[in-house]
Structures are given as structure tokens and as C-alpha cells.
Design a protein around this ligand. Structure first.
Ligand code: FMN
Ligand code: SF4
Length: 457
């Protein structure tokens, strides 16, 4: 996937801030905020280019938590939690708990295989993320920040490290920022796993409470945010909450990065206004006219019929009503000759393999539902597989120490519903709907191989 979309022709936006910020904001558009200039540079922008594009770092961090709250920014890492609330909690805890200053952690792990937006952002606009890191750190009273990246992405690590070195030479940041390469299992990017690793442990989720906002890195209150979230913080600090809200919906403001892939002509990362209809986003990516099913939200997401969701806004509140979520902004279009059940079976087996093996639902539950799904997919069930699977899904749900098992349950349930006709065909050993388009394709969803040698440390 190489394409990085951004609408360069949309109207410029107004700003509520001073003239310098206004002239910079005028250069951005409703759909080209984070992605401004991406088409001009196929490399990380330099600090000088970055400051020319967005203007200097603002000097009013005290008001930043209020601005982020009024902007209605929610986390772009998957759970859509209100960022202002998290910042305020960390700032309050840092002042009250007397465990030392707060810590900021930027989550750039992007373990979701069908997502590329964080890598694309860091590879082109690292300074926007780093601005967000230092501004958020100043606002919550942190004296140190960490950027967590997947260990195997050496170029990405080099690009962020290079950007930090550039900032150190220019003495722009009031606090030190460290870059870390972590093992990249699917669950290693969960927030408590990052904290555990930064504290010297394995990159495995830990039981909560305490959550990082109370007791995180070095036992201190820790603000842990997705890198895209922090890039939006950098823009809100410059141009204000009102400017941020000029894009998107009242209950889902701003823009968001999305990754569109699968049966589309132009797979890639697109910045859209939050709430852009799913069908419009599919058009942007050049989805094939006969697209039938899509996966929304990645491997913790859900399968849907395109016709059912095309008019729905790509935004958490609207998708929640149908039991879906944009997650980290992922849309995957299933090719018509691919089998949604076999794809789901592959992903479930992979998710079972990616668990940290610490809780029952992960150790026993996920392999069991992956096996049931494989039996449905290959049409050779042992016993009443459908009832057994249904019982197992209910048993597992809500039982893990982290949300890994719940994500897998959601994916499995949605597949049983979206591909109900195929389930029936598979179990009655008839040709399934996708196979009627020809021979079903074996594998379309990406499943990265985790090297044994990677370990968890
Ligand atoms: C299994 C699992 C994997 C996750 N992977 C990521 C990830 O790759 N990147 C990310 O930003 N958040 C990921 N999250 C969510 C983080 O735990 C955390 O909520 C998020 O980084 C907070 O940032 P935000 O509020 O800016 O979204 C994951 C959560 C779970 C349960
Ligand atoms: S549910 Fe799985 S991934 Fe989450 S803490 Fe338990 S064993 Fe680890």
C-alpha cells in the first residue's frame, strides 16, 4: 500500500487564533490537515519545512487541556476515548499523588495489520507528532516522553530518531524524548503492555487497575496516546478548538486518518472528515462496483454488507448503533471471490496465536473458537459446531485481563451474522456463495509473521 490521499482542493478553513496561526491554518483544508504536503514529499519533512507549513510551537500550554476538551478530540488508537478527559486526569493525578511528574507515551506501534496510517504519519510528518508529544507533556506536567515503535520497522525508528535529533540541535523541546523499538505482537501495543515494557518487563498486557493514567511508567501518572491523536493535539494547540470542529460532525469532530485496502483500485491512507459516509470513503479508495462485504475497524472490528453501511457516517457514535466501530480507521473490502468465513477463520487463528498466554480466555478460549471457525470454514464440523461456538463466545466475552479476547469475539460474531448464508452452505457441504464466483481465493487479509526470536522483552 503506497497511496496517501488528501484533498488538496477543498476550501481553506478559518481560525480563531492570531494572524500567524490564521495564515498557516488557511493553508490547510477541511480534509488536508495532518496530510498537508504529503503529495509533495515522499520523505519525512525537515523541522524547517514543518514550521513553515504549520507555524511555530504555541506558547500557551496551560490552556491546552481546555482546548482539547472543547475540541471534542477522541483517541485515534481504537477506543475513541475523549483525549481532554484523559489529559486532565493525568494532570490532576500528577499534582495530587506525589509520585513525581507525569510521563507521556506516544503509541506508534500500529499492530493492526490492515492499518498503515500511523506509519504513514510518522514517515511523513514526524514533527507534528513530536509537537503533540511535547505540548501534551507540558500541559499535563510531564518531564519526559517516550515514543514506542515496532522494533522491526528500522526505517521508521531511524526517521523519528532523526527528527528528534534535529529538534535537539534547534533546542525546541523543553523535555527529553526517547524512542523505543518494542517487540510487535498484536497485544504488545496495548497500553499496559507498553508501560510494562518501559518499566523493564515483557511487552504483555497487565491486569488493571491501576491504569496508566494513575500509575504508569516509573509508577508515575502516564498520558498514553496514539500518535495520530497527538498530531491533532498539536493542531488544536495552534489553531484552537473552533477550528478543529469546522471539520467532522458535532459528536465526532475533526479529521481522521483511515486505511482503505482489499478490493479497491487505490489502496492507501486517506484523511477524511470524521463522519464521511462509508460509501464515500469506499469511492475515494476506488472500491470495485461489485464490492459486497467490508470489514470495518480491523481485526477487532466487524463485517458488514456494503449496502447496509454505505450511507453511515464513519464515526464512532453512528457506527456504535450497529455494533461497529471505526477502530483505528480501517476499511477492508472483501474481494467477491474471497470467502469471508475462511478469512475470519485465518484471522481468528492468528489472533489466538498473538495472545500473551496469561489468561484462560486467551490460552484456551481463542484457540477453541478459532478451531470451531476453521471447522465451519472447511465444512467438516465435529458435532454441533454452531451451538458450541455460540456458547464459547459467550463464555469468553469480558473475561480477559485486556480486550484482546473481546475483539476476537466481536469479529467472530459479526462474521457469523454477515456471512450467515455462507455458514449454512459450508455446513451443508454445498458450494458457498463466494465459491460460486469461481475458486475461492485462499488468503486476502494480511497476517504478519511474528518471529519466534522476537520474544516479548
Ligand atoms: C490488543 C490491543 C492492541 C492495541 N494496539 C494499539 C496500537 O497498535 N496502537 C494504538 O495507538 N493503540 C492500540 N491499542 C489501544 C491502546 O491500548 C490505547 O488505548 C491507545 O493507544 C490510547 O491512545 P488514544 O486514546 O490516543 O487512542 C490497543 C489495544 C488493545 C486491547
Ligand atoms: S486477555 Fe490475553 S492478551 Fe490480554 S492479558 Fe490476558 S492473556 Fe494477555
Amino acid at each position: 500500500m503506497t497511496q496517501h490521499g488528501g484533498d488538496l482542493t477543498a476550501a481553506p478553513v478559518r481560525t480563531e487564533q492570531g494572524s500567524t496561526a490564521a495564515s498557516q491554518a488557511d493553508g490547510l483544508s477541511q480534509r488536508t490537515r495532518l496530510t498537508a504536503g504529503w503529495r509533495d514529499f515522499d520523505r519525512p519533512v525537515t523541522l524547517r519545512e514543518h514550521l513553515r507549513r504549520y507555524g511555530p510551537l504555541p506558547r500557551r500550554p496551560g490552556a491546552l487541556i481546555d482546548a482539547v476538551t472543547q475540541a471534542g478530540l477522541t483517541g485515534r488508537g481504537g477506543a475513541s476515548f475523549p483525549t481532554g478527559v484523559k489529559m486532565r486526569t493525568v494532570a490532576t493525578n500528577a499534582a495530587r499523588l506525589a509520585r513525581g511528574p507525569a510521563v507521556v507515551v506516544a503509541n506508534g506501534m500500529e499492530s493492526e495489520p490492515a492499518s498503515e496510517k500511523d506509519q504513514a504519519l510518522l514517515a511523513r510528518a514526524p514533527h507534528l507528532v513530536l509537537d503533540g508529544v511535547v505540548l501534551a507533556a507540558t500541559a499535563v506536567g510531564a518531564d519526559v516522553a517516550h515514543v514506542c515503535l515496532p522494533r522491526g520497522k528500522r526505517q521508521l525508528i531511524a526517521s523519528v530518531t532523526g527528527a528528534i535529533a534535529e529538534r535537539e540541535r534547534a533546542a525546541v523541546d523543553p523535555i527529553p524524548i526517547s524512542v523505543h523499538g518494542l517487540p510487535h505482537h498484536y497485544v504488545s501495543s496495548e497500553e499496559t503492555a507498553l508501560v510494562h515494557w518501559l518499566n523493564g518487563g515483557e511487552a504483555k498486557p497487565t491486569a488493571v487497575p491501576p491504569r496508566p493514567f494513575r500509575r504508569g511508567v516509573q509508577q508515575r501518572p502516564t498520558l498514553l496516546d496514539n500518535v495520530e491523536t497527538l498530531a491533532h493535539v498539536a493542531l488544536i494547540a495552534r489553531f484552537g478548538a473552533g477550528w478543529f470542529r469546522q471539520a467532522g460532525l458535532a459528536d465526532a469532530p475533526g479529521t481522521m486518518l483511515t486505511t482503505v485496502s482489499g478490493a479497491v483500485e487505490a489502496p492507501g491512507v486517506y484523511e477524511i472528515e470524521a463522519g464521511t459516509p462509508v460509501g464515500e470513503l469506499l469511492k475515494l479508495g476506488g472500491a470495485h462496483a461489485d464490492a459486497g462485504s467490508i470489514l470495518i475497524g480491523g481485526y477487532f472490528g466487524s463485517w458488514h454488507d456494503v449496502a447496509d453501511v454505505a450511507r453511515l457516517p464513519m464515526a464512532p457514535p453512528a457506527l456504535r448503533r450497529i455494533g461497529a466501530s471505526p477502530g483505528a480507521g480501517v476499511l477492508f473490502v472483501l474481494p467477491p471471490d474471497a470467502c469471508g468465513l475462511s478469512e475470519t477463520a485465518r484471522v481468528l487463528a492468528w489472533l489466538a496465536d498473538q495472545g500473551a498466554g496469561q489468561c484462560g480466555p486467551c490460552m484456551f478460549g481463542l484457540p477453541a473458537i478459532a478451531d470451531d471457525f476453521a471447522q465451519i470454514s472447511n465444512g467438516r464440523p465435529t458435532g454441533p459446531v454452531h451451538d458450541r461456538l455460540d456458547r464459547r463466545l459467550r463464555t469468553i466475552e469480558g473475561r480477559g485481563a485486556c480486550r484482546h479476547p473481546d475483539g476476537a469475539v466481536r469479529l467472530a460474531r459479526s462474521a457469523l451474522s454477515a456471512f450467515a448464508a455462507d455458514v449454512h452452505s459450508h455446513l451443508s457441504r454445498r458450494t458457498c456463495l463466494s465459491a460460486r464466483h469461481g475458486r475461492p481465493r485462499a488468503a486476502v487479509l494480511p497476517l504478519p509473521r511474528t518471529l519466534e526470536a522476537m520474544g516479548w522483552q
